[in-house]
Design a protein around this ligand. Sequence first.
Ligand code: ASP
Length: 440
Amino acid sequence: MKVYKFGGTSVGTPDRMKHVAKLITADNEKKIIVLSAISGTTNTLVEIGDLFRLGNIDGALARLEELRATYDPFIQSLLTEASNKKIAFKIVNQYFDEMHRLIHQPFYNQILKIIVVNGELISTHLFQTYLNEKHPGHSVLIPAAEFMYLNESEEPNMALISAKLESLLNQNTNYELFVTQGFICRNCSGGIDNLNRGGSDYSATIMGAALNVKEIQIWTDIDGMHNNDPRIVDNTKPISNLSFEEAGELAYFGAKILHPTCIIPAQQFDIPVRIKNTMKPFAYGTLITSNQNPETVKAIAAKDGITAIKIKSSRMILAYGFLRKVFEVFEQYQTPIDMITTSEIAVSITIDDPKFLEQIIQDLQKYGKVEVDVNQTIICIVGDMVAEQKGISSEIFKALEEIPIRMISYGGSRNNISLLVKNNLKEKTLKSLNSHLFNL
Ligand code: ASP
């Protein structure tokens, strides 16, 4: 058994959906097919939810009807048989009618959660109807809401997911393809919930881990994780092999191709993850496994919107307990820290969520002078390398000769060197590191 996940652009047009159907039926291996919503749908559902929350019922309904209308030509060109078109229209209209009804209810937060998952419900039903038309009796739809459960800490309840998913598969042993929704889950109270934006990758790795499958494939619109940001740097290349640690660092520090948390279940259960390009299925893509490939620097990624906070205090000298007090402030405001560097009289910390910045600054002022720099970017150099590999750091410093660096974090793990620069220096930094580290 394998898990294949297709993102929104991979199922974004009727032709692409047909192409996905061809890909998954190319061999007879049993597969779980996890789909995202058709691209653009979730964004529109979020907009509709916002209009509803703000009390603009007419606006929400108008937007809903616009979205409904986009599905008419989609169904017309996806399906051939009149009877299948009828089934598809009926299903899609049921979902839209239900959203219409909800928007007439008094507002409460749970309605937003119910609305936002409709994209995946619709895409999987349409895809399943198409599969039935082309390969009757091959596939079955298994609703994610019947097995994808979170626990009290909002983490996947792996034991329950395994048991429920296995039982669903055992009830359907005649089928080869099991189509299901990414993104959708139930929280510990049983209510419909989701795994956050982009969470379908996470759905796929949770399912793969729960069933201990041979491989999880994430099919997207690029031929693997690239060694630098292809939107900024020319001639980037896909990376053939990455370790879980490297992929995790890259996903967290800016490579948009994977949802950052999705590596965790795969790593925990040691299940290979392969990133593939739906439009170039024969390209190797990127294979992520527990193997460390001592290949020095693999990739560079950037994460924007970073705030740096410096706390300067002579009380740090020869003192202990100072850092604990500083960290407790961030803990109190549930604000994760990305980078940290210290000297004997100051500590610099970065955060990417400035929601409680004012309160954090106020509390930190008890311990020293606080300085804040906004609009910073973390540049992360990832690989299996660093301390042991002579020469890499000198290449990095050569590349940075002309670039003012606000912070450097080196040696925290063997997989990552992080730098903090002003956002307007990001492009220059990425390009300069690229030419020094990848000899382009
Ligand atoms: N449809 C959801 C989103 O757009 C989940 C996903 O596609 O991964 O965020």
